[in-house]
Design a protein around this ligand. Structure first.
Ligand SMILES: Nc1ncnc2c1ncn2[C@@H]1O[C@H](COP(=O)(O)OP(=O)(O)OP(=O)(O)O)[C@@H](O)[C@H]1O
Length: 370
């Protein structure tokens, strides 16, 4: 369950402030996608986010949820249908973890047993053992655990939309990485529409299906996939925000299946070394990949020493990232072997293919359609 959100020329002027905090922002957020609003401090990300659930009322413009104008809906009902998670979790300190998670189901009038089941289900979903955590108070939790409860609370009533405002901003980098991983895992099953605010571009790259890079007054400088923004920043401001290491960041996002695979000379691991040597000499190649009876790669045989093959290091799959492929290339000291579902040899990733992939935006790439 997810919903499309559309912002049309949305503006917010705070009373007594001459310049608008958000100036005529238009953005379509597709159902089931994670859209990350990223930009420098004070550019209006939080204001934009809060206008979606009407915690802040827009001065002008229109926001629709699955085509329905949110200004025509009762704000309380609107908010119960939109999960909201914020920095430092924003938990009610005097309520237990269970009571915190139960907030919106309670407001919606669910019966007690359904709420109790849901609380346990949500705590399990975010990796907290219900029996251990249900009756604790927020102060008895670590920062990361509090954030998990915050996410559990936001998801409790199964809202189609989740708004997250720097939800992982207050935890250490390792916990933050874990929480990001968990959110991605959750979202793979839930497919909510998630609008996520951060000032950390790396977090945006990691989490976003799409990223909206905001400049001052929420002007949208670029709205595209992380891959496209990394490969081709719209202007110098975006490029500055993307920061150093854009190519390396791209490698994390791009998959082996997006590059054209090379071919190895292959032989059977049971073949006589002399035979393998003659095969290589005949075709002018230096190395042959030796396969077992199930076509699985076993070792590399070198033309100079065909009798002393070297075991294949780590293989990658078509779904591996190009970063993993590069790691394998560096370990192997040559092309990385790509295997299929049964571990069978399917091709090689060469270093040139990896370099070529991050030089061109996605779509120009050979084999990107697969
Ligand atoms: N209640 C308010 N009254 C007046 N101005 C406000 C109010 N709330 C926010 N602003 C101003 O509006 C602008 C946008 O603020 P907002 O909190 O939306 O930015 P942000 O991008 O989320 O910033 P940060 O990353 O620092 O949280 C800022 O200049 C801020 O000072």
């Amino acid at each position: 369950m997810a919903a499309e959100i559309e912002l049309v020329e949305v503006t917010k002027r705070y009373p007594g402030v001459a310049a608008p905090a958000v100036d005529a922002v238009s953005l379509t957020i597709r159902a089931g996608e994670v859209v990350v609003l990223v930009g420098p401090s004070g550019c209006g990300k939080t204001t934009t986010l809060r206008m979606i659930n009407r915690l802040i009322e827009p001065t002008s413009g229109r926001i629709t949820l699955d085509g329905r104008d949110t200004s025509s809906l009762d704000p309380d009902r609107l908010r119960r249908g939109i999960g909201y998670a914020i920095q430092q979790a924003g938990l009610f300190p005097h309520l237990t973890v269970g009571q915190n998670v139960a907030t919106v189901p309670g407001l919606l009038g669910w019966d007690r047993s359904r709420i109790a089941d849901r609380v346990d289900e949500m705590l399990e979903l975010v990796g907290l053992e219900p029996a251990e955590f249900r009756d604790r108070h927020p102060r008895q939790l670590s920062g990361g655990q509090q954030q998990r409860v915050g996410v559990a609370r936001a998801l409790a009533a199964d809202p189609p939309v989740l708004l997250m405002d720097e939800p992982f901003g207050a935890v250490d980098p390792i916990t933050r990485g874990n929480l990001q991983e968990e959110l991605l895992r959750l979202q793979a099953g839930l497919r909510k529409t998630i609008v996520f605010v951060t000032h950390d571009f790396d977090e945006a790259v990691r989490l976003g299906d799409r990223i909206a890079v905001f400049g001052p007054r929420s002007r949208v400088l670029q709205y595209d996939t992380p891959e496209a923004i990394l490969a081709d920043p719209a202007d110098d401001t975006v490029a500055g925000f993307v920061g150093a290491g854009a190519s390396l960041k791209q490698l994390r996002l791009r998959k082996v299946r997006e590059v054209e695979l090379g071919r190895a000379v292959t032989a059977r691991v049971t073949d006589e070394p002399g035979e393998v040597g003659r095969l290589l000499a005949g075709c002018g190649h230096e190395r042959a990949l030796l396969l077992d009876a199930h076509d699985r790669p076993v070792a590399w045989a070198d033309v100079r020493r065909p009798g002393r093959p070297r075991p294949v290091g780590g293989a990658v799959t078509r779904e591996s990232s190009l970063q993993d492929a590069l790691e394998a290339i560096l370990t192997e000291g040559g092309p990385a072997v790509v295997t299929g579902e049964r571990g069978e040899y399917v091709g090689l990733v060469e270093v040139d293919a990896v370099i070529g992939a991050v030089r061109k935006p996605r779509g120009d790439q050979a084999g990107s359609a697969s």
